[in-house]
Design a protein around this ligand. Structure first.
Ligand SMILES: Cc1cc2nc3c(=O)[nH]c(=O)nc-3n(C[C@H](O)[C@H](O)[C@H](O)COP(=O)(O)OP(=O)(O)OC[C@H]3O[C@@H](n4cnc5c(N)ncnc54)[C@H](O)[C@@H]3O)c2cc1C
Length: 343
């Protein structure tokens, strides 16, 4: 067997190399920041929305919409720079400079990504977060039943602004108010108006985005293929979405909501079974969904289940409708047969 050769490296040389690496990283970092100023329309304004480890507010900006605390650990890779654009040119500068200096980009709107993909990488490469939090304007056109919403706005903010303008308009999307319109709509987005109006992505009529070459695109200039892809295919696969033009839908000013909770017993089993057969046959104005969840019961650490039925009816009185069975020509009662009337 060939003897292995051993190279002895003096510790001073290791130290010297480490200093050189740190100096090179600092140089790149500095050049990257200069590049951002150079490529944005107003270099003063971009300097106000750049956060690096040297800023005291770096951690609070990073954690502000980091919604999944599993990824808020010291071991989670941290971005070299966070940019919170207030102008489209800031996004364009971030894209151009990241390419030039070999940085990955993460785009964050509401920060609700289940895998934390909007604020971390699974590689060891340096990365930048473009956090859209400052681009959150919403303008509603009641007459034409449309609105422009920038992606930094959350679903809750959008619903609030629509309700301020009209009690008879709504947007069909998810129920969690802090979910961002950027990630939600580009991934599809379902909610309690789904049966009548489809997904959030079905109700998009235009979009503004920046592509990988830094071009500002709208529906016409991006073309129908890309417009189709960003409504369900995940925005970050294609660029940075800046704003959506959405179609508002009609709703009555009075709606009915109710929640029925059942502990997991034979009646609950029957209810869930029955729900699977009738829920999709009910009139479109009535939406009933069911959550099955496990709970700890008692001090023994035992677990049990419960079924939670949540419902929205687009009208004032749901009870007469609930007493008709769509499977039986509307004669027998859905609720009674399945046990909704048992307390
Ligand atoms: C508590 C909770 C409740 C939820 N409720 C519902 C629900 O009722 N209905 C439903 O359909 N879904 C629901 N979801 C799923 C949610 O819609 C998705 O996780 C969605 O992607 C979150 O969007 P975000 O902007 O908040 O997240 P982010 O973490 O900011 O982004 C999610 C993904 O989209 C990308 N992205 C974000 N903004 C942009 C942008 N401007 N341009 C390009 N790419 C972008 C990110 O890079 C990331 O890959 C829920 C999630 C949670 C955690």
């Amino acid at each position: 067997m060939k003897p292995q050769s051993t190279i002895i490296v003096p510790s001073t040389l290791v130290l010297l190399l480490s200093f050189q690496l740190i100096a090179a990283a600092a140089d790149t970092h500095e050049s990257f920041l200069q590049c951002l100023s150079l490529h944005s329309e107003n270099s003063t304004s971009i300097s106000k929305v750049i956060y690096t480890h040297y800023n005291s507010s770096y951690s609070s900006v990073l954690e502000l919409t980091l919604q999944n605390l599993r990824f808020s650990t010291p071991a989670t890779p941290k971005p070299l720079v966070i940019i919170t654009p207030i102008h489209v040119s800031h996004i364009q500068a971030a894209i151009k400079c990241s390419q030039k200096y070999g940085m990955q980009i993460r785009v964050r709107s509401g920060g609700h990504d289940y895998e934390g993909l909007s604020f971390r990488t699974s590689y060891n490469s340096p990365f930048v977060i473009i956090d859209m939090i400052n681009l959150s304007s919403i303008s509603i056109d009641v007459e034409n039943k449309t609105a422009w919403v920038q992606v930094g706005a959350t679903l809750g903010q959008l619903y609030y602004r629509i309700a301020e303008k009209s009690p008879n308009l709504a947007f069909p999307a998810g129920s969690c108010p802090s979910v961002g319109t950027g990630g939600h709509i580009s991934g599809g987005g379902w909610g309690i108006l789904l049966r009548k109006y489809g997904l959030a992505a079905d109700n998009i009529i235009d979009a503004h985005m920046i592509d990988v070459q830094g071009r500002f695109l709208d529906r016409k200039s991006m073309g129908e293929d890309l417009f189709w892809a960003i409504r369900g295919g995940g925005g970050a696969s294609f660029g940075v979405i800046v704003a959506w033009k959405i179609k508002l839908v009609d709703v009555p000013s009075t709606v009915t909501v109710f929640t029925v909770r059942r502990p997991w017993d034979q009646i609950a089993t029957k209810l869930v079974h029955r729900w699977q057969h009738v829920a999709h046959k009910l009139p479109e104005d009535l939406f009933i969904m069911v959550f099955l969840r496990s709970l700890s019961s008692g001090t023994e650490g035992n677990r049990t289940m419960e079924a939670i039925f949540q419902s929205l009816f687009l009208g004032g009185e749901a009870a007469p409708l609930m007493q008709r069975d769509p499977d039986c020509g509307g004669k027998k009662t859905v609720m009674k047969r399945a046990g909704f009337n048992q307390s």
